[in-house]
Design a binder for this molecule. Structure first.
Ligand code: GLU
Length: 314
């Protein structure tokens, strides 16, 4: 059997919060229970949001909980660099390859124009791009190009992309109808998450991706990119999100649930016990180290639905 290679790929855009940690712990348990290799990659492509000090803090918070990694950020390894902002040249190569094959085109639409086009919206609130700039002539492209820096979109086919998620089950999306041509490079030159994540998981030989359920609907786009780049997609496990009692997602905005606050209130074992309880690995929350959980880790016990976190549990 081939070795399991999993990863945790956080964005250092603030202090880690409970939801990130939950995904990180599950990714780690899955790898450690299979004696595989764990990779830590920093997804810091958005220069407006990401900072180097957050990346260091993130690594420190993971170690505090008792999670480690065999390759990656601060550790190095054969597939480095493990910080996306140091990998821009690699994404540029992949981008040029798609460009040469005539698969991408410049898009001059502003955000306001895209919204005003009253295109239907996806369930996540994103606009389904109607393909306006796909139909521009070369002359129109040249004229618009003098006024504006374009974003670049990948042309998607009118075809269903299906996969079976380890936790969420069968999932299908028609890329053209449900998503539309999507951005692979932003107008400020930053390569988009979709392109970078597929390129990196491919290059780092990742064969299992564990991440939050909010990214489930990115997966068909990513599977299409795997196909275009000649790569085999990994197994996907989209884990539940942690929700506040009012149904909102716990996010980086909840400062009282970020790692700074949690480290003051919990021991690493106490917090691991709570996360493991939510993950279905313990009958009740009791202090435990991640390493002790790894031997009995069972994906079949992990719930598929989002988990409501009550303030009195914290
Ligand atoms: N960097 C993404 C995030 O922090 C996760 C990407 C992934 O796991 O594919 O939300």
């Amino acid at each position: 059997m081939r070795e399991l290679r999993g990863r945790f790929a956080p964005s250092p855009s603030g202090r880690m919060h409970l939801g990130n940690l939950f995904s990180g712990l599950l990714a780690w348990l899955s790898v450690r229970s299979a004696e595989g290799t764990m990779v830590l990659r920093m997804e810091d492509l958005d220069p407006d949001r990401c900072r180097a000090e957050y990346a260091d803090q993130l690594a420190d918070d993971l170690r505090w909980l008792g999670l480690d990694w065999d390759e990656g950020y601060q550790t190095g390894g054969p597939h480095g660099p493990y910080i996306q902002s140091d990998r821009t040249e690699l994404y540029a190569d992949a981008f040029r390859d798609l460009e040469k094959r005539g698969l991408i085109y410049p898009c001059f639409c502003t955000r306001a124009e895209r919204l005003a086009a009253s295109a239907p919206h996806r369930s996540d609130g994103q606009v389904i791009y109607g393909g306006k700039c796909r139909r521009l002539t070369e002359k129109e492209r040249a004229e618009l190009g003098e006024k504006r820096c374009p974003a670049w979109r990948l042309m998607v086919p009118d075809r269903n992309i299906s996969f079976t998620d380890k936790l969420q089950g069968a999932y299908t999306e028609n890329l053209l109808k449900d998503c539309g041509d999507f951005i692979v490079r932003r107008s400020d030159g930053v390569y988009a998450y979709q392109l970078a994540v597929v390129y990196d998981d491919g290059a780092m030989e990742i064969n299992q991706v564990v991440r939050g359920r909010d990214l489930l609907d990115s997966t068909p786009r990513q599977i299409y990119l795997y196909e275009l780049l000649g790569l085999t997609p990994p197994e996907f496990c989209h884990v539940p999100l942690l929700l506040a009692p009012d149904g909102r997602r716990l996010s980086k905005r909840e400062r009282d649930l970020d790692m700074g606050a949690l480290r003051q209130r919990f021991t690493p074992e106490g917090l691991t016990g709570l996360l493991a309880f939510w993950a279905g690995q313990l009958d009740k929350p009791e202090p435990v180290r991640p390493a002790e959980l790894a031997k009995d880790f069972d994906w079949a016990k992990v719930p598929a639905e989002d988990i409501v976190v009550h303030p009195d549990q914290l």
